[in-house]
Design a protein around this ligand. Structure first.
Ligand SMILES: [Fe+2]
Length: 265
């Protein structure tokens, strides 16, 4: 069953989006660039690199409908390969990544009775097996300044060891990665907990841009799918509270109704 996704690529957060479209929208830009961008005169916009991360499902699918003007390429790296490499080269980092004292930002998608963050480790094992899983988005652990700084801080900031671990994790994934360029029609399917993914920065045409013949320019457009099923339906046994919940994974916020837009919003 597809689960909604709002944060992976360059789309603005929307409630319970079941079929998101990773594509440029003005809201995907930083605030400063949103106000500065004049779409009638600005020819290209650059979107920043996405560092190695996981999404929120068991299986992540990406269908390339059209490519960007430049960049926007994919990198993937095996969690198991990363784990084995870190065990040899940085055992201290393994210790840090498996300690469940990391705070993850819910980015405002907070259900009733929830804190604006949750606490977990970044590396963990399946409940009844030895397979290593990975759950990380660097953006969600480095964005908590509003809660972990100043006199009103309610959670601790990232420690020096955690900042070091993030750096080594990214460097190791980069070193071991497979680089992929998706062409229109290509589909990428990843076992989300066992494969990290990243995306290079890209440039694209602004919305409504036309060529010298007045034809609308083709812009980057992908469709993403999240798949997850509860344990009772054959799903993997994760250590998370929703492992056997019907609506497992994704970003659930109360009873917000799901939507399935047919194009980027
Ligand atoms: Fe992603």
């Amino acid at each position: 069953m597809p689960r909604r996704k709002t944060e992976c690529a360059s789309i603005a957060p929307t409630p319970s989006t079941y079929l998101p479209h990773p594509r440029y929208t003005r809201l995907a830009l930083p605030q400063r660039e949103q106000s500065a961008s004049n779409e009638s005169t600005l020819l290209t916009l650059a979107l920043r690199r996405q560092y190695f991360h996981t999404d929120g499902a068991d299986l992540v699918g990406l269908l390339c409908i059209s490519k960007s003007l430049s960049g926007g390429e994919s990198d993937i790296a095996s969690t198991h390969h990363i784990y084995n490499t870190l065990q040899r080269e940085h055992p201290d980092v393994i210790e840090t990544l498996t300690t469940p004292n990391w705070y993850f930002d819910r980015k405002g998608e907070v259900g009733e009775g929830q804190d604006p963050w949750y606490k977990s480790s970044i590396l963990y094992t399946e409940r009844d097996g030895n397979r290593v899983w990975n759950k990380i988005d660097p953006n969600n652990v480095t964005s908590l300044g509003r809660f972990n700084t100043g006199p009103d801080a309610v959670i601790p900031p990232l420690s020096a060891a955690q900042l070091h671990a993030l750096q080594i994790l990214e460097e190791t994934a980069t070193k071991l990665a497979l680089h992929m360029i998706l062409e229109p029609g290509d589909i990428q399917l990843l076992a989300n907990g066992h494969v990290l993914h990243a995306r290079t920065a890209y440039k694209d045409w602004p919305a409504g841009s036309v060529d010298e013949n007045g034809r609308e320019r083709v812009r980057r457009h992908l469709m993403r799918l999240w798949l997850a099923v509860p344990e009772s339906e054959g799903g993997l046994k994760t250590p998370f509270h929703d492992s056997d919940v019907k609506k497992r994974g994704g970003i659930q916020v109360g009873d917000v109704a799901p939507v399935c837009p047919l194009d980027a919003e």
